[in-house]
Design a protein around this ligand. Sequence first.
Ligand SMILES: Cc1ncc(COP(=O)(O)OP(=O)(O)O)c(N)n1
Ligand code: TZP
Ligand code: MG
Length: 559
Amino acid sequence: MGFHLCSQAFHSTPTPTHNQFLHSISRGFVRTRVSNLRAMQQEEEPKHLGKVRVPHVLTVAGSDSGAGAGIQADLKACSARGVYCSTVITAVTAQNTVGVQGVNVVAEDFVREQLKSVLSDMHPDVVKTGMLPSPGIIKVLCQSLKEFQVRVASVDNTNFVKEALVVDPVMVSTSGDVLAGPLILASFREELLPMADIVTPNLREASALLDGAPLQTVGDMRSAAKSIHDIGPRNVLVKGGDLPESSDAVDVLFDGKEFYEFRSTRIITSNTHGTGCTLASSIAAELARGSSVLSAVKIAKRYVGSALDYSKDILIGGGRQGPFDHLMKLKHNALPCMRRPFDPSDLLMYAVTDSRMNKRWGRSMSDAVKAAIEGGATIVQLREKDTDTGDFLEAAKTCLEICRRHNVPLLINDRIDIALACDADGVHIGQSDMPARVARTILGPDKIIGISCKTPQQAEKAWIDGADYIGCGGVYPTNTKENNITVGLDGLKTVCLESKLPVVAIGGIGISNVRAVMELGVPSLKGVAVVSALFDRECVLTESRNLLRAIMDSTKAVK
Ligand SMILES: Cc1ncc(COP(=O)(O)OP(=O)(O)O)c(N)n1
Ligand SMILES: Cc1ncsc1CCOP(=O)(O)O
Ligand SMILES: [Mg+2]
């Protein structure tokens, strides 16, 4: 089963004109300031002062126990797009990658109660519908939307849409199981579609909403989009993923005036369960964030394409059609050598690379890292001050493979972008680099963050900001880092005694003085970080072995 990548919208008529843009405004599709408007209103109420209103989609859909589609897909898609998602469940399905084994429709009164709970309190920006298993539930939904004035007036005097309604007319699951029978069609046509800002049928659904004739060409899709538009929705997106004999996937959007075609390369994957729900909820999420319909569709398609491409080789379930990874993270964690959590004893012999030294001794970054690890390095930091970004990234990927093979953490000095791009285990940052609190937000809870500290105050702040360890130095004078103040053994001891985080000592440390450092015997001091003692030498392997022996001897002596 294929799907598409790299959506590209192009007009069947020349490029969009200013008039078309104005037209889209007058149709109420420019939603940019909805949240701002609300925020302004809320400013008057003291209890909301200082609070930020977040974009919000309410999904009214069925639950999928396999979590590839339905409510679960909507929650994941909205989360991935940074939008809050509330849920009204219309049916509970027993479902997996093989098919739908059972459906339990939620009582109409209870659907009404859920709608009331959310709409009376939370004021979503967009309502998105999925599986609506009975005409009665559609009636309840339409009544509730009217009662709570969702989509009653899409354009107010200031041209801002108040709320939008996205309808995914779910009828048949991707496995071919019927989720909403033919009785639903009349309710869709007569009640829900006329209220919708956008409806997103696939080929089969578009055909069912019309006269039942199969859609086989892009021309058929255009005619269908126009005919469905006549039923009342402001925009119609006919999805052509199943169009026969097409190497590309083509979707057609009709806004009542213009046709837009989105063409993209099919992604060859069987992990497509839930693409329809995900596309519709991603469109809803973009509308909630203030996009126009056209750009919401464009961005949503791009997002779904990226998620499918990322997930094309993941394995969940034994059926014909697997789910995909909305957050695009699962594969990283499933790599054969999954990183274990940071352990302070990792700091024992901390090897920090230096591009100039490696160049001087004619070895690559990865050769240097390999030798240091074979010699006993317990953690590695790539500190490459004058390597081009592209080269740094490629070398970092190679070093990461080596480190993963040996279960040794790999950190990147300063460059959070490189750490993210190669999925390194973390970063080491200094007092003048990106603030640790921001780095933690960007990197998430699992990555290792080390911070350079010279004082107990800096150590305290590092702990508060969510660092994992601190590097303290320069302990001794060094030529490796210019203009670096030396704190000496006393300064190191003071910081170690105050630090709530494990400490690694750095600066001018080598085989001749490592004993003096480790014999400080302060419990928080877990090891030494070295650059020149390993890398400004002819044989990194020998130096690493010798230094590790000296560290071990001195720690034994302390005990
Ligand atoms: C383990 C360890 N400790 C301290 C440093 C120094 O980091 P920083 O202060 O950011 O200086 P630069 O290394 O960026 O010059 C370190 N790299 N590693
Ligand atoms: C990066 C850094 N931060 C404080 S001192 C230092 C340099 C350590 O290098 P060397 O081990 O060669 O003295
Ligand atoms: Mg730095």
